[in-house]
Design a protein around this ligand. Structure first.
Ligand code: 5GP
Length: 174
């Protein structure tokens, strides 16, 4: 069995939307300093593009999270594999996610971060799959709402493959 990738969101479509989100974030935070939290591994591409589309003073930190095994189903268990490098108390934090699927990961991260008493915590997610939502989460800055398909590329993987694709696509087994 081989795999083929069908393009769902092209490189150009993503780039245009990321620019819009960056401009919106720049406007809404005015001149405040931001802590951009890149949730590894999936959001590393989105976070690096989004960071460059935001014209504000910021620091960038990384949080390692594992919620999926090797397959395509969420285990429902969120494991922190690498914590932030510095405290976030009194800071304006923007969590950058690749995709909100069941919502369990982001709900867990919001709870965790609030215990650290930042000034604010908001969420930017490139993708949202509302069909699979298990808990309600507020996405402050959303790239695209997509249908219930397992997507890869632009940082997202299937068993660690395809993260380097410049577009978002759907794996088709032929
Ligand atoms: P949630 O906790 O919202 O169910 O899932 C969040 C995480 O599951 C995402 O950050 C991502 O790593 C993974 N995930 C959810 N849906 C997909 C998908 O369609 N493709 C890939 N590659 N990962 C996904």
């Amino acid at each position: 069995m081989s795999e083929r990738i069908n393009v769902m969101l092209s490189q150009e479509t993503i780039a245009a939307r990321v620019r819009e989100l960056g401009a919106q974030i720049t406007r809404e935070y005015a001149d405040r300093a931001l802590v951009l939290v890149c949730v590894l591994k999936g959001s590393f591409v989105f976070a690096s593009d989004l960071a460059r589309a935001i014209d504000l003073p910021m620091r960038i930190d990384f949080l390692g999270v594992r919620s999926y095994g090797e397959g395509t189903e969420s285990s429902g268990v969120v494991q922190i594999t690498q914590d932030l490098s510095r405290p976030i108390a009194l800071e304006d934090v923007l969590i950058v996610e690749d995709i909100v699927d069941t919502g369990l990961t982001i709900a867990h991260l919001m709870d965790l971060f609030r215990t650290r008493q930042p000034r604010s915590v908001k969420v930017a997610s490139l993708l949202h799959k509302p069909a699979r939502s298990k808990v309600e989460v507020k996405i402050d800055y959303l790239g695209f709402t997509i249908e219930d398909k397992f997507v890869v590329g632009y940082g997202l993987d299937f068993a660690e493959k395809y993260r380097n694709l410049p577009y978002i696509g759907v794996v088709e087994r032929t």
